[in-house]
Design a protein around this ligand. Structure first.
Ligand SMILES: [Zn+2]
Length: 337
């Protein structure tokens, strides 16, 4: 296996890469835009924003007028996801023409088609219907796309390899990549997750939505997935949870007396008491610690791929975190078969 490069209008994303989700309607967002703290989109190789969050944000018009990069004050790649998953939870939907139009005008580097994710308890008819509508949107976006600088990824859904393969077969040729969703309820079912991802993997870049932890991150990197998005760094911080740099598990700060050693730039200047305050600043500092652990591990993964030592690296991490080992053993079995 090898690291790859995804070329975007705002530079290269070296893979595998974790792109943090920046949730526009979340309280801490403005402090980042005002550059009061280092922003997730500048610390990582790029960021993912959901149209669901953007449309609730007071700067949604400004993004169209000035472009998303000017509003975020960044020169790094920006991905705009259609927000299909969040709209599904609200029982709402958007027209693909609108989604694509917004993505193209915002000047984002990668746009993702509007999708209708599927949940495990849907009836077979409803599942089929939702998948058909998602495929229709993808093919429509491919036809209507005018902005040549923007890469277009088609969302892909399915809970088993057969559905995933059928889905991709129904997509027209010409997408720059694929983005697999509907895995949220399955995230701890590593067998299913890895089975679905191996069916979706082809020569085009593959993105996986909504990764929550290191077991899936390591196993899917090993499977050759190019990019992931995650907002666990932020959600964990909101719950006052600190990612342990050693075990890569989430620690509840209210239950610990002392923090483990951490060499990240935040922990050099701040400690337990700073993180425990109930202010936006405390939440941002904790989120930045969490993010720096995610990004450091992804950097290690790329380095170990280059040195051909990824497998032993993951197994070593698995000694302190059994879920990492469990997910990896499943991935290794699939890859070998
Ligand atoms: Zn730290």
């Amino acid at each position: 296996m090898q690291c790859k490069k995804i070329k975007t209008a705002h530079g290269i994303i070296e893979t595998p890469a974790l792109l943090p989700v920046s949730a526009a309607s979340y309280g801490v967002w403005d402090l980042w835009i005002e550059k009061k703290f280092p922003a997730p989109w500048d610390l990582a190789q790029g960021t993912v924003l959901s149209l669901y969050h953007i449309l609730q944000y007071r700067k949604k018009e400004e993004i169209l007028e000035k472009g998303i990069h000017k509003v975020l004050k960044t020169k790094k790649p920006v991905v705009i996801d259609s927000g299909g998953f969040q709209f599904m939870k609200k029982n709402a939907e958007l027209e693909e023409e609108f989604v694509l139009g917004y993505q193209e005008r915002s000047g984002c580097d990668i746009g993702m088609t509007f999708d209708y994710p599927i949940l495990p308890d849907l009836s077979p008819e409803e599942k089929e219907n939702r998948m058909k509508k998602s495929i229709y949107n993808s093919n429509l976006a491919l036809k209507l796309k005018k902005n040549k600088k923007m890469l277009l990824y088609s969302a892909v859904h399915g809970h088993n390899p057969e559905d995933i393969k059928k889905y991709i077969k129904n997509l027209d040729d010409g997408f720059d990549g694929y983005a697999v969703g509907s895995l949220v309820p399955k995230k701890r079912d590593y067998n299913m997750l890895i089975n679905v991802i191996s069916a979706a993997k082809n020569e085009k870049p593959l993105h996986v939505f909504g990764i929550t932890g290191f077991p899936a991150l390591f196993a899917l990197s090993y499977m050759g997935v190019e990019t992931f998005d995650s907002w666990t760094y932020l959600v964990a911080a909101a719950f006052k949870e600190y990612i342990d740099p050693e075990t890569l598990k989430r620690l509840r700060l209210r239950r610990v007396k002392e923090l483990p050693e951490c060499e990240c730039p935040i922990c050099r200047d701040y400690g337990l008491n700073d993180f425990l305050q109930s202010t936006s600043e405390a939440e941002i500092l904790l989120a930045l610690h969490n993010l720096s652990i995610f990004l450091e591990e992804m950097k290690n993964v790329r380095e170990k791929i280059r040195e051909n030592e990824l497998e032993s690296y993951i197994l070593k991490k698995g000694e302190k975190n059994l879920s990492i080992k469990k997910a990896f053993m499943i991935a290794r079995k699939y890859k070998g078969s």
